[in-house]
Design a protein around this ligand. Structure first.
Ligand SMILES: Nc1ncnc2c1ncn2[C@@H]1O[C@H](COP(=O)(O)OP(=O)(O)O)[C@@H](O)[C@H]1O
Ligand SMILES: [Mg+2]
Length: 241
């Protein structure tokens, strides 16, 4: 459902992502972990069609991002690490704005908006200005907007940063449920526990290179640490030298 073929990104001479190959199957939750500056956000932006790769190809649900970006992007719900909200809009107006970007038709919109507002516990505040929303409500609205067109693929950069434990739990349950319905989820995270709890496979990126990918069990085996938890595996695989 998501395919990265020999993806490289250079910022001038600096290689942020180096010849990365990865494929994520339909209904899979793939976790992307790595130290700060490893290239997670750069990879995710290329996957979402926000940044053009220096070399290589991104294919989403069989559609090449470089050849048909609109079609490829229409299949994606994208949640960036630093989302932008128009604070002078109401929650409902923001959902409408996002739905229009994705060509969700008028009739479907009201049904979907109601469904997403309910899913993210925002039903009582659709007509409040976003600037009056709490931090948590803003985060939930961003999710609601990203899912307004019922995307086949969700790409999300560090979704649990700034969420309280209840919101993290809700998000994990939601992702598991969506994956069970056939949605493909690619998420970067700092929180190894979250990755371990919900991701079928995990990829570890270090200095722009994918150094390991597999189930938690595969990674443990690869790190040659018996009785390791994911944190030890991560530290062992990403340590210098
Ligand atoms: N726009 C940019 N221009 C130059 N260098 C960048 C830019 N964006 C990111 N980088 C560099 O690329 C590397 C990977 O960054 P990033 O993808 O944000 O990593 P991560 O999300 O894993 O923390 C870092 O060394 C970062 O400093
Ligand atoms: Mg990042």
């Amino acid at each position: 459902m998501i395919e990265l073929k020999n993806i490289t990104k250079k910022y001038d001479e600096f290689i942020a992502v180096n010849n990365l190959n990865l494929s994520v199957e339909k209904g899979e939750i793939f976790g992307f972990i790595g130290p700060n500056g490893a290239g997670k956000t750069t990879t995710i932006k290329m996957m979402g069609g926000i940044l053009a790769p220096t070399a290589g190809t991104v294919v989403i649900a069989g559609v090449r991002m470089d050849e048909n970006p609109e079609k490829a992007k229409s299949k994606i719900g994208f949640i960036p690490d630093r989302p932008y909200l128009y604070e002078k809009l109401t929650g409902m107006e923001f959902l409408r704005f996002t739905a229009d970007l994705y060509n969700v038709d008028e009739k479907a919109f009201f049904r979907k908006a109601e469904e997403k507002l309910s899913l993210f516990s925002l039903t009582d505040w659709p007509d409040e200005l976003i600037e009056a929303y709490s931090h948590g409500m803003k985060q939930r609205l961003i999710m609601a907007a990203a899912l307004i067109h019922d995307p086949e693929v969700i790409i999300v950069d560090e979704p649990t940063v700034g969420l309280d434990p209840a919101a993290v739990k809700m998000l994990k349950e939601l992702f598991k449920q969506l994956a069970a319905e056939g949605v493909t989820i690619f998420m970067s995270t700092h929180t190894l526990k979250v990755a371990e709890d919900i991701c079928g496979r995990i990829g570890i990126i270090r200095k722009g290179e994918l150094i390991a990918a597999g189930t938690t069990e595969d990674l443990k085996r690869e790190s040659h640490i018996t009785d390791a938890d994911l944190e030890q595996v991560f530290l062992s695989l990403t340590e210098e030298g």
